[in-house]
Design a protein around this ligand. Structure first.
Ligand SMILES: [Zn+2]
Length: 323
């Protein structure tokens, strides 16, 4: 779909959700996200064909962040366009280049201590592994604030927008006052194709996520385009940013209250079970993904000294600190 002159949204699906990449065409051609391993052949290459642009003209493919559905297409894309430069945020480079690091530090990092993670579901784990495809080395990293010229009159600005991942990037187009955010902003949930809740918000670093929301509020934005969410325009931009902040507030307050109700302490799994139902109505089998924001809120409370980590009988829990 053409969204602005020489700018396009490439749409496909991942499970029950929309999946979008963005294409910026000038003297230089830039692609934002490469999708999952199947996306280049099923969506990106056919889109170039329809536009009559040889895929070999693609100069730069930027991964907004390390995740199977955003960088998994790197291998197949690079095979089709050997001269394309692959780029990502500095802090996500190793996760994108090394599948073992991705799984160990992003999907399975809490299994050993907290008994929650992707690897506990072998079928889902195999599906994500397939989506990651063949990895390729990253040619270029961005830290934020870089400017990419599309032609003499148009450029994109790179933004560093962490929270969902440490190196998460967004792209800002000042002419259309449009920001392309990948999965940097989560609202109250990630929707399925009908708009119903599919997944809980998946920021895991609370302070970084709040800083990203502040970055967005400071930016002149008329349009928000993302990896899975609908497009937000005009007054809907502020509404969406408010929804993002509201979820953080609700999650923070639910976690705090759970600790107050349970002086004996709470495990991460216990928090997910107890806070989950009141935080949103995504399918129950996706509730475990609350491990991201809830672990984030626990880390923040621990850092602030509000709760203390206790290890006993092979279980990690946290309880309100003695005052
Ligand atoms: Zn995603």
């Amino acid at each position: 779909m053409k969204i602005f002159p020489h700018q396009y949204q490439i749409a496909s699906l991942v499970a029950d959700r929309n999946l979008y990449q963005y294409l910026f065409v000038g003297d230089q051609i830039v692609l934002l996200d490469t999708g999952a391993s199947n996306t280049p052949h099923e969506a990106i290459l056919p889109y170039f064909e329809r536009l009559g642009i040889p895929i070999t003209r693609l100069n730069l493919a930027i991964n907004t962040h390390a995740d199977a559905d955003h960088h998994g297409g790197n291998g197949n894309l690079k095979d089709a366009a050997p001269d394309v430069q692959l780029a990502c945020g500095s802090a996500d480079k190793r996760l994108i280049e090394e599948v073992d690091v991705l799984f160990a530090s992003r999907y399975n990092q809490w299994i050993a201590e907290h008994g929650v993670g992707l690897g506990l579901n072998p079928e889902a784990s195999a599906w994500v592994r397939q989506m990651v495809g063949d990895t390729k080395p990253i040619d270029k990293t961005f830290a934020g604030d870089e400017v990419i010229a599309l032609d003499d009159s148009r450029h994109l600005r790179i933004l560093h927008v962490p929270g969902h991942s440490d190196g998460h990037l967004a792209v800002y187009d000042p002419v259309n006052r449009a920001v392309f955010v990948g999965d940097a902003l989560h609202g109250n949930f990630c929707p399925d194709v009908t708009g119903a809740p599919s997944l809980p918000p998946a920021y895991y670093a609370v302070a970084a996520y709040l800083a990203t929301l502040h970055t967005m509020e400071e930016l002149p934005i008329d349009w928000i385009y993302s990896g899975h969410w609908p497009v937000y325009h005009a007054s809907k931009v502020a509404d969406f940013l408010t929804a993002c902040k509201d979820f953080v507030k609700r999650a923070s307050s639910q976690v705090q209250k759970a600790f107050e109700r349970h002086p004996e302490g709470m495990t991460l799994r216990g928090l997910i079970e107890e806070c989950g139902p009141s935080l949103g109505s995504w399918p129950e089998n996706n509730r475990w993904l609350l491990m991201y924001p809830l672990h984030g809120h626990v880390m923040l409370l621990e850092q602030q000294g509000t709760i203390t980590r206790v290890e006993a009988a092979g279980t990690v829990r946290w309880k309100l600190s003695a005052s």
